[in-house]
Design a protein around this ligand. Structure first.
Ligand SMILES: [Fe+2]
Length: 268
């Protein structure tokens, strides 16, 4: 998420001496995939410990979940979202400031579906991402790339009756991170789906087709199943392109079942 860290981990959590220095600047297949496969417990979902992804060990609980005796009571104290909480321009990340952000303007749209292919309507869908230069507007991001005063990098919308979401944004740039020598994350957009309650929140990442960095990314390859990895990559969709405005990308999100999108920290 940031150039040096993912949110939730202390800034110095990935000390250089703890990161492997050699070998990991190779395509992930062939260096880490066997270890990843051995650690996978679910079909396509990433394991908690991912050897090529050095920081993974800092990003998951080490203790068993705390049983909730009264789930309804928990929800009463949690956030509640509705249509009135989503502004008319929240889905357009290029319209959040006075000026236009720099970069390749894109439209990303798709449907949120359940395991039977039925649309999930009214789903709060949120995204966050780096700017075109690969820099997050976040205090922990110390990548030496320019911030864009016209781009904050987060947005949200509710899916319509057909389960469809749509965002207008900027294609995010690649950014370096401290996982290993010369490690660069492929361009990606983080997605969050809140479900019907805070405790159902699912998070994943969408990638772009043809990105040469896909083969080198330990986070993408934490999803061991090739088909499941492929489902994390959007498709160029000229029908979604807006003439003289933006390039279109199509990406569906399937919540569960054999064709499910791989989510981070999936249900176990
Ligand atoms: Fe990121």
């Amino acid at each position: 998420m940031t150039s040096r860290q993912h949110y939730g981990a202390p800034p110095d959590a990935l000390a250089p001496q703890e990161a492997p220095s050699d070998g990991l600047d190779q395509p992930v297949v062939g260096i880490g995939a066997p270890d990843v496969r051995a650690a996978v417990r679910g079909a396509g979902h990433p394991p908690r410990e991912i050897p090529p992804y050095v920081g993974a060990r800092l990003r998951h609980p080490r203790r068993p979940p705390v049983p909730v005796r009264d789930p309804d009571a928990v929800e009463l104290r949690g956030p509640v979202f509705g249509a009135t909480d989503v502004g008319p321009l929240d889905h357009d990340l290029t319209a959040h400031h006075r000026g236009e952000p720099l970069g390749e303007r894109i439209t990303v749209s798709g449907r949120v579906l359940d395991r039977r292919g039925r649309p999930v309507a009214g789903q709060l869908t949120e995204i966050w991402q780096a700017n075109a230069a690969g820099r997050y507007a976040h205090q922990l991001d110390r990548h030496h790339a320019p911030l864009d005063p016209h781009f904050t990098g987060y947005g949200r919308c509710l899916t319509d009756a057909e389960g469809r979401y749509a965002f207008t944004t900027i294609r995010p740039g690649a950014y370096p991170w401290d996982n290993h020598t010369n490690a660069w994350r492929p361009g990606h957009i983080h997605f969050s789906l809140f479900g019907t309650a805070f405790t159902q929140r699912l998070i994943t990442q969408m990638y772009f087709p043809g990105d040469p960095l896909l083969a080198y990314d330990p986070i993408l390859h934490a999803v061991s199943d090739e088909a499941a990895r492929g489902r994390l990559v959007a498709a160029y969709a000229p029908e979604l392109s807006v003439p003289d405005r933006s390039l279109g990308y199509h990406w569906d999100i399937v919540l569960d079942g054999p064709s499910a999108t791989a989510f981070e920290e999936a249900a176990r």
